[in-house]
Design a protein around this ligand. Structure first.
Ligand code: NAD
Length: 314
């Protein structure tokens, strides 16, 4: 047990299970009081259960801190307000906010329903906004705050769950922008991009597929070894969040960190890699556009990530 966060008060969403739970416990272990927010839903967002939030709150209290379970839905603006208020009413103020709650409803884009899109965006992106919106005025007033959001490598555009990836991309943008808006008031806003074994990722089929590829010589055995060392309980890296929430991280702002049991990495912000100026003073002509898009100008070094394949026989 440490005391890096002694006297600090935190709200952690999605704290009933997985990464949120590990983060709540890591903050409590460093002396922070914690509001444990969790609706107790399944990975796809269905159902509700109060026991995960209760269990995490009990676990946090073992470190001698105060902890309360809060069963709101992060996608509800008023539930988020109630959770932030619970922190202020019970502990005096809110110093730390960790937005970790998440669900996944994977589908290819041509099969995704409007409801699947809306629900995932509402939990991840709107949920993160909701809590930041209610915490920010209080943090600005006290000129102190630590906000840690949760994105995913799906932010970079992986296939099969674009509702999830797009929402996670939105969280990165929210993090970058809020860091600029809130930084001058002594508030830091960063994001973690985790890799851990939780019920969301614990799919034996993925490991089986990697084993088969290694056996066939299509993949190096080190990939499997690394995967097994990385896909472990998120408590392995939860202290990264405790650090970002501490006074030691006062000047770390607007950053996205890959966090795994093996690695911490800092992402860059995308920047233009090729640039062509309009050769005329008027609007772009089609000829000028065509020339700009040539292989030695804008498209220098470009590779199509998914070129057309010959149509499969049905
Ligand atoms: N596990 C990974 O490797 C991984 C990788 C990248 C990103 N993430 C992100 O990490 C976060 C935590 O995921 P996890 O792997 O721990 O999953 P998890 O399913 O174990 O935990 C998610 C928690 O969020 C809660 N939750 C979901 N919707 C909620 C809502 N509307 N209101 C309140 N609580 C809600 C759930 O009840 C659950 O306790 C998510 O945002 C996820 O997208 C996880």
């Amino acid at each position: 047990m440490g005391d890096r966060l002694k006297g600090r008060n935190a709200v952690v969403t999605g704290a009933g299970r997985g990464i949120g739970r590990a983060v709540a416990v890591a903050l409590a272990e460093e002396g922070a009081n914690v509001v444990v927010c969790d609706l107790g839903v399944a990975v796809d967002g269905s159902g509700t259960d109060q026991s995960p939030a209760d269990q995490t709150a009990t676990e946090c209290k073992k470190f001698g801190v105060k902890a309360i379970a809060q069963f709101g839905n992060v996608s509800s603006f008023s539930d988020a307000e109630a959770a932030v208020k619970a922190c202020v009413d019970n502990f005096g103020r809110i110093d730390i906010l960790c937005n970790i709650a998440g669900i996944d409803k994977p589908k290819m884009i041509w099969n995704m329903s409007e409801q699947e899109w809306d629900q995932v965006a509402a939990v991840h992106l709107k949920g993160t906004f909701n809590f930041m919106r209610h915490a920010a005025p209080l943090m600005r007033e006290q000129r102190y705050g630590r906000i840690v959001n949760c994105t995913s490598e799906a932010w970079l555009g992986g296939v099969t769950h674009l509702n999830y990836g797009a929402a996670k991309g939105g969280i990165v943008t929210l993090t970058w922008g809020a860091a600029q808006e809130l930084g001058p008031s002594g508030i830091t806003v960063n994001a973690i991009c985790p890799r851990a074994k939780t019920r969301m990722t614990d799919d034996p089929k993925v490991r089986e597929m990697v084993v088969k590829r290694v056996e066939k010589g299509l993949m190096d055995a080190s990939v499997l070894k690394r995967m097994d060392r990385e896909m472990v309980d998120p408590s392995a890296f939860a202290k990264v969040v405790a650090f970002l929430a501490s006074d030691d991280a006062a000047l770390i702002n607007g950053q996205v960190f890959l966090t795994t049991a093996l690695t911490v990495a800092r992402y860059s912000k995308p920047e233009a890699v090729a640039q062509v100026e309009n050769p005329s003073e008027g609007p772009w002509t089609l000829e000028a556009v065509k020339s700009a898009f040539s292989a030695d100008r804008l498209l220098k070094g470009y590779v199509n990530p998914a070129p057309p394949k010959p149509e499969e026989k049905k």
